[in-house]
Write a protein that binds this ligand. Structure first.
Ligand code: 5GP
Length: 189
């Protein structure tokens, strides 16, 4: 059986991690056994999001109970909400030889690496430039100017931590970046 691998992807807001992770999953479909880890969060659902699909939506109290029960393998706080990875399913997926792509905060990626060692690989995605990141955040048209300014400030702080990751990829083009990740997956296994 092929070895499983947890692919932990981090990077600043607007850099395109989610799109890149989805592109990698699409390229692996039918070639490798891909699995999806559903995180638990205390943030409310957005738009059409459903409990148990995008996330398990829980109250803060419920989330803290899960931590106390040892059911969360790593968690982090992001913009005032908890986000965490359920322990059991992830360990099982890795054991079953699956590739699990995770779009996760910096601390989350580093914690998964500490926990899973060689069964995890950490990838940091950077924007081609801060100007390009600003354009992408503005292009989303979901955030007010002050929110974008805050995200850009946050991005500068986050990019300084890229060196803590095993791989750093500059996301100029989703197709290119997802191919790079496929190469990393083949090499790491
Ligand atoms: P959003 O609210 O936009 O869905 O996610 C916000 C942030 O939470 C994203 O940067 C995402 O990478 C991160 N995130 C989602 N799930 C988890 C998780 O299980 N653990 C950690 N540490 N971060 C997560």
């Amino acid at each position: 059986m092929d070895k499983g691998l947890i692919v932990a992807i981090s990077g600043p807001s607007g850099v395109g991690k989610g799109t890149v992770a989805a592109a990698v999953e699409a390229k692996l479909a039918g070639v490798r056994d891909v699995a999806h880890s559903i995180s638990v969060t205390t943030r409310p659902p957005r738009g059409t999001e459903q409990d148990g699909v995008e996330y398990y939506f829980r109250t803060r109290e419920e989330f803290e109970d899960l931590i106390d029960q040892g059911q969360i393998i790593e968690y982090d706080e992001y913009l005032g909400n908890y986000y965490g990875t359920p322990a059991g399913p992830l360990a099982k997926m890795a054991e079953e030889g699956k590739i699990v792509l995770m779009d996760i905060t910096i601390e989350g990626s580093l914690n998964l690496k500490r926990f899973f060692g060689d069964d995890a690989v950490t990838i940091f995605i950077t924007p081609p430039s801060m100007e390009e990141l600003r354009k992408r955040l503005e292009g989303r048209q979901t955030d007010a100017a002050d929110v974008i300014a805050r995200r850009l400030e946050q991005a500068k702080v986050e990019i300084q931590r890229a060196e803590e990751f095993e791989y750093i990829l500059e996301n100029r083009d989703v197709d290119e970046t997802s191919d790079e990740i496929l190469k990393i997956i083949n090499k790491e296994r």
